[in-house]
Write a protein that binds this ligand. Sequence first.
Ligand SMILES: [Zn+2]
Length: 63
Amino acid sequence: MNNSVDDTQHKFVSHSVVSEGELPFHCPPKDTQKWNMHPKVYIQFDKKGKGACPYCGSRYELG
Ligand SMILES: [Zn+2]
């Protein structure tokens, strides 16, 4: 856990790359220590492969 802390205005925001093999992808992701921070929600990815969690604001990108 040594992510950049430049984005101090969104303390919970993270940016993770999701492989297509992980779809359908939900947040909080499995294998996260934040699994209990909000109800599980499936992330919708747009045409650019970007998605964001409506609960915690984590950003995901297909890669
Ligand atoms: Zn989330």
